[in-house]
Design a protein around this ligand. Sequence first.
Ligand SMILES: Nc1ncnc2c1ncn2[C@@H]1O[C@H](COP(=O)(O)OP(=O)(O)OP(=O)(O)O)[C@@H](O)[C@H]1O
Length: 449
Amino acid sequence: MLGVLAAAAAGLWAWRRWHYPSFWLVVAFPLTAISVRATWRKIALGCHLTKKRQRFWFTTVPGLVASTGVVRVRRKWQRIAVDTKPFMWLPKPTRYGWRVTLHTLEGQIPADYADAAERLAHSWGVHAIRVSSPRPGRVVLSATVRDPLIRVEPLPTSPDLLKVIVGRLETGGPWIIDFKTIPHWLNAGATQSGKSNLANALVQGLAPQPVALVGFDLKGGVEFTPYSPRLSALSTTRDECVGLLDDLVALMTSRMALCRDAGARNIWQLPDNERPMPVVVLVDELAELYLMADKSEKDEIAKTSTALLRVAQLGRAFGIYLFCCGQRIGSDLGPGVTALRAQCSGRICHRVNDPETATMTLGDLDPAALASARAIPAETPGVAIVASQDGQWYRARSFYVSEQVAEHAANTWAHLAPAWTDVVAGHVPQMSDADLAELLDSIPDPRKA
Ligand SMILES: Nc1ncnc2c1ncn2[C@@H]1O[C@H](COP(=O)(O)OP(=O)(O)OP(=O)(O)O)[C@@H](O)[C@H]1O
């Protein structure tokens, strides 16, 4: 008997160890679902999610004090106030845990459940609970049993232009940076938080696409110089930055004229053979563009700041996109930064040292997002809070892309880098849709690299 039990336990352990997804579905999830349903009343009470409602109560021993300790029962049938829990549907399994729909009680809003999320997670012993509301009166609790971002496996490359899969969301879905939907991005984080790794993932993803890449690297060029074969332009000093920004503004003005003459509102409405190549501008250490060593730099900084802001304001329609990285992106750097931040709807906040940076990067998001950003541990570089236009925020982690891998991609696809003078002169049209589809289909899968 003992031998059979030991063999069964060893079998279950091996099953869990070698094929967790099927073990979760067949063994662990049904037990978890039963336990979630069985404990809901007590947990809802402990998390203050119940409401008092009048109910008929039957007691076999009139005269005793009822279990709530409040009501003295005099008759067998009595109308008393009882704690009612929100109605819970059956939990459903997900890739990393489970989710369940609840009916809110009168006067409750999804924020009440979001406030209680941490208590719920501790009560059920899960990694995290996220709250969403698909429609009024319903709240969905999504539980992740284990942190899915401890280890992230690469995904296939995206088959679309200007779309790069850079990591995974905590939901298990891909973390996509899509410049066509969200043209400008801010990527903030303390040192060693994973900002450069994300930029590497972006370079690796964009290198095989027909886009012109431009780098601003005021860390003396240490970050982007290895990728220079695939960059059409790279500036590493303040002077070079001013010149390159002038080029970008001139490029934008000429594209504006092109669109106006063709009666188009943006470059994507132009015919195939006239559409210019999109430009992605990567900025590392944004603050350096705004820092003033002495007063003689004041005019130069004002010029840089205005040009960058113009690119951010008007670039979207004319195929110029920004990806700005920095340790601090605060208002103390001047009004130019605040205005630029307002134009960047894509926000990525890696681990930060001070709550202020999280607030500055993630803006007026849900306070839970700020708390989550501050709680990112140093042991998991690359984990970030990502906010985009859908108003939702997600925990996500970038794939690990070493400098060598990104450099290899930059060298492999160096022939796709157009000369900057040609881009500025408008001599680099975008490929036809058929050629573009063929090129994007030919990109090798990074999982096989
Ligand atoms: N997604 C990830 N998975 C695993 N390791 C990562 C990931 N992202 C970053 N790292 C590791 O964390 C360390 C710091 O990353 P990175 O250089 O990108 O940080 P950073 O924020 O750019 O730092 P700094 O501002 O000092 O340049 C590196 O050793 C890198 O290999």
